[in-house]
Write a protein that binds this ligand. Structure first.
Ligand code: SF4
Length: 943
């Protein structure tokens, strides 16, 4: 690190000559998945006539037409030495990734150097979706949006401002902005991602994610399409290998033979949707063979509540509870599981006994996959955690932690109060227990006339392509009566950005500030993402006011954008917004982004000021230099954290160990101490959920198996009926942001349908043959890949590929997207047909002439109807499909969608809900987390 200001290495292009090149090395954080691995950017101090971005002005699209930001200095690049990023590698000082990355991390350089990237803010000049944009200025953008938002705030239309995020890349920054505005406008992608699993985990413990301590586990049990479906891929992967090297057994439950499954001791491929039954059979064995941790369960599980509710006539005794539990789950025998799941009973017994032998060193994980695929998928996570609880493996060495143990989010200065308003477009009354916003139903809600959105920000979010029923999204985004003004904040063109009114280029992982932490292992850490060229310039003695001045073109970053926008919304402070954007160091002055993070590092990160002082730095200097900080090396305390004496003062200690103050449990007696326990109403691990009783789902008050919408009884292979698994991801691609990463697309550029040889014979197809895959609202035409890595009766297709573009330039990148024609062949019926394959083309990057792939895959999500789980709200991704041979009019890549059927399917699923309000007129249980949580008052339904 002491050489990072002037790092010297030989130029590989000059080999065999030894030509020295000099770099400034700047740490930052990868933005290509949520794991937040550390990167180090190599900034070339070399020569050339280019500006700081490595681009000439000619390539930029001409000079700016607008005026610069009022307070900005002259164009910064002209005063800079010629700096450019040449590569990114792992940051060895990062506590989670430890210098290692997956393929997507180093590929950040492709995104930085993408010849087609959006360099300047753009404004629509033709009709929406016409692909006609012109360059505008950040000033014009800010004034337009600030004026519109200001008017909405003055008119108290606080549910009409919506920020809809795909990849946030930060922890809480935007929550603060939205609450400073006083709006209920945070929307996310989570209900097409992970919200089902979160419900399962939250019911047990109040924390919504697991944090497995893989490195110290004796048994690792994963339900993952591909190693947590990409999340935490690298930091988890390296620790799984560590655990394995120390003797841990690995079991992967996945219908598809994933890369992870290929490295496992056990690969189980149950019938999709039956995973909860399989897990209950394991629990059954642990209970009946007395392999579970009695002492732990007695101390930490809310078994007394269970007994009072489920066995009111029996004495409230632990042994009776165990008996009752065994009787309740008596149906979940290994033989019953074999019949339901298609996994041999003896294999289930073997695995259960190995889990029993691992004791509390049981690391488990489910994130998307079965939880996100199935009706009732949230019970998969709940049943998985049932096993963890039985083994006493919560928050143990080698066990399964709660994310709250291992994720550290330092509070910022001056937190605004929660908003006193509730948006029914985000959390409608039908879904009181949904873990996140019903985001992908927004078009359906607006179609039903439930409201409108006046100002809509999509941020690193591509719903037209990513979400199910994308044509409903397209319809909504084209309709100015539904979406008043839409800005797409994005580093790349996408299928959604083309429908926006403004396309605002935002930086990728090497071009922006963020602070992140993830639950990668049994520790706590923070990682600082920084705009590399800005930091390099500062090391050379230059000061930069705005990040876009140092980034390529005028690529900005959201953090600064929101500060500037907020300032203009409330220039005189009359709306109460401005004060949250005033500097904590310079009274009344606008905060700088550096001050924002400086305050956090100085005040909110335990140990950082001391660590910085020890090396002669300020906390901010330390983070800018190291890029990450290990807050707690071993975070095993969790629910055993002791309450302070003043917290316990005046509390009553109950016979069951709970400590209650003013009628509310605040902790649990544990030995001599009172500890926090879990974040549930009882402070215990809740096997029995009173909440499910109170909120109209009494049949789900315990971990249970729910038959999926794709249960095999609905499938008849003789009629071509199959289950389609669309949830798996390729480890080398990013959902929709890798289209401009040439290395990644060279690795992965086609997504055929995986099919077992038995099914290929039944259907009379072989690898590369075309098939038609029909859903409730449409169909797509794709190639077959025959493989034994698939369960018979089930097919699978990766969801990363099949990018499309309508235009040559202002559309998804040409190295990833085929050009298509979109035709409305009948009212509400659309067909997409490829008219141009991916092919080599000339650009600033000579590699684009070397593109050899032509396929690009097939877009399947457009043909999926929305299937919202009535409890979790999660879109149930798995599809019941019918496979047939193609007709003469079908071509590879065709996608057909009938939006007339979209609302019909939506209403069928909506009819399964049991709407609130719940007890006390609440929209949602007060104890349950909610994204950007409003005031308690807003939880109550008004007359
Ligand atoms: S796992 Fe890969 S994509 Fe995700 S943050 Fe790490 S390097 Fe980036």
């Amino acid at each position: 690190m002491d050489q990072w200001d002037d790092w010297v290495e030989y130029d590989p292009a000059a080999w065999p000559r030894k030509v020295e090149k000099r770099y400034i090395l700047v740490p930052t954080t990868c933005f290509n998945c949520e794991a937040a691995c550390g990167l180090v950017a190599y900034v070339d101090r070399g020569a050339g006539s280019e500006d700081a971005s490595g681009r000439s002005e000619d390539a930029s699209g001409g000079a700016s037409r607008g005026t610069p930001l009022a307070s900005s200095p002259q164009r910064f690049a002209s005063s800079l030495p010629q700096l450019r990023i040449t590569k990114l590698e792992g940051n060895p000082h990062h506590p989670a990734s430890r210098g290692r990355n997956c393929a997507k991390g180093p590929a950040t350089i492709n995104q930085v150097q993408d010849p087609n990237r959006i360099l300047y803010p753009l404004k629509r000049v033709g009709p929406r979706g016409s692909g006609q944009f012109e360059r505008t200025t950040w000033d014009e953008v800010l004034d337009t949006f600030a004026g519109r938002i200001r008017t909405a705030l003055i008119e108290d239309r606080r549910t009409e401002i919506m920020y809809h995020v795909g990849r946030p890349g930060h922890d809480g920054y935007m929550d603060r902005v939205l609450q400073a505005w006083g709006v209920d406008g945070h929307n996310s992608h989570t209900n097409v991602c992970s919200s089902a699993a979160r419900v399962g985990y939250a019911l047990w413990s109040g924390a919504d994610r697991p944090s497995p301590d893989h490195a110290n586990a004796k048994f690792i049990l994963m339900l993952s399409s591909h190693l947590e479906t990409g999340h935490y891929f690298n930091p988890h992967a390296q620790r799984i290998i560590e655990g394995r090297n120390k003797g841990a057994k690995i079991c992967v439950i996945d219908v598809r033979h994933s890369n992870t499954a290929s490295m496992a001791d056990h690969w189980l491929a149950p019938w999709p949707g039956t995973e909860a039954m399989l897990l209950l059979a394991i629990a059954h064995i642990l209970l009946n063979e007395n392999l579970f941790n009695r002492e732990y369960v007695e101390q930490w599980v809310n078994w007394r509540e269970y007994m009072r509710a489920k066995a009111p006539d029996a004495p409230v005794e632990f042994d009776r509870f165990v008996e009752h539990l065994k009787a309740h789950y008596a149906y979940a025998t290994p033989e019953a599981a074999e019949r339901e799941c298609g996994i041999e009973a003896e294999r289930i017994r073997t695995i259960a006994r190995e889990i029993g032998a691992a004791g509390s060193a049981l690391a488990t994980h489910v994130w998307r996959n079965a939880a996100a695929g199935n009706l009732g998928g949230w019970q998969v996570a709940r049943c998985l955690q049932f096993i963890v609880v039985l083994m006493g493996a919560v928050n143990t060495v080698g066990g399964t932690h709660l994310n709250s143990n291992n994720k550290f989010v330092p509070p910022p200065f001056l937190k605004p109060p929660p908003q006193n308003v509730w948006s029914e477009l985000l959390y409608p009354i039908e879904y009181p227990l949904a873990y996140h916003e019903l985001s992908y139903l927004l078009p359906h809600f607006l179609e039903e006339g439930r409201g409108k959105v006046d100002v809509y920000f999509t941020r690193v979010y591509n719903p037209v392509w990513t979400n199910p029923d994308g044509m409903m999204w397209e319809k909504m985004l084209r309709d100015e009566s539904k979406i008043g003004l839409h800005a797409a904040l994005t580093p790349v063109w996408s299928e959604t950005a083309q429908y926006a009114d403004y396309v605002l280029p935002m930086g990728n992982g090497a071009e922006r500030h963020d602070l992140m932490s993830q639950e990668t292992h049994a520790a706590k850490w923070i990682s600082f993402r920084q705009p590399v060229l800005r930091v390099a310039a500062e090391r050379l003695g230059k000061s930069v006011e705005f990040t876009y001045q140092a980034n390529p073109g005028e690529v900005w970053e959201e953090d600064e954008f929101w500060i500037e926008l907020s300032w203009r919304i409330d220039p005189d402070g009359a709306l109460g917004v401005r004060k949250y954007f005033e500097s904590p160091y310079r009274a009344g002055q606008k905060i700088t982004i550096e001050e924002y993070y400086r305050w956090i590092f100085e005040n909110s990160v335990p140990g950082l000021p001391e660590a910085a002082k020890a090396v002669g730095m300020t906390p901010l200097e330390y983070m800018k230099r190291h890029g990450a900080f290990l807050v707690e090396a071993e975070a095993y305390t969790g629910h055993l954290a002791k309450l302070k004496a003043e917290q316990v003062q005046g509390a009553e200690k109950h016979e069951d160990g709970s400590v209650v103050k003013s009628g509310i449990p605040i902790g649990v007696q544990h030995g001599d101490a009172v500890v926090t326990g879990f974040n549930t109403p009882s402070r215990k691990l809740e096997i029995y959920s009173e909440t499910m009783q109170q909120w109209n789902w009494p049949e789900h008050d315990l971990p249970a198996y729910i038959e999926s919408h794709i249960h095999r009884k609905h499938m008849d292979r003789a009629k071509g009926q199959y289950v389609l698994i669309p949830t798996f991801r390729l480890p080398t691609l990013i959902h929709t942001r890798s289209a401009n990463a040439k290395w990644l697309y060279e690795l992965s550029n086609t997504n055929p349908v995986w099919m077992h040889p038995e099914d290929a014979v039944l259907l009379g197809v072989k690898t590369t043959d075309l098939i038609k895959v029909a859903t409730r609202i449409g169909h797509f035409i794709n190639k077959v890949w025959v493989t034994e890595g698939m369960r018979p009766g089930v097919i699978a297709c990766s969801h990363h590929l099949g990018r499309w573009r309508l235009f040559d330039d202002q559309s998804t990148d040409r190295m990833a997207a085929c050009k298509v024609v979109r035709e409305e062949i009948a009212p509400g019926q659309f067909r997409f047909r490829k008219i141009e394959k991916i092919r080599a083309y000339a650009s600033e990057d000579p590699d684009t002439k070397r593109i050899w792939w032509s396929d690009g895959g097939v877009h399947q999500n457009l043909t999926f109807p929305v299937q919202p789980d009535p409890i979790s709200g999660q879109h149930c991704w798995h599809q019941a499909v019918t496979i047939s041979r193609t007709g003469t009019d079908d071509e590879y890549g065709d996608v057909f969608v009938d939006t007339n059927k979209s609302m019909e399917v939506y209403r069928e699923w909506l009819a399964m809900t049991r709407p609130g309000p719940g007890p006390g007129g609440l929209r949602r249980p007060l104890w349950l987390a909610r994204a950007v949580r409003p005031s308690a008052e807003a939880f109550r339904v008004k007359e």
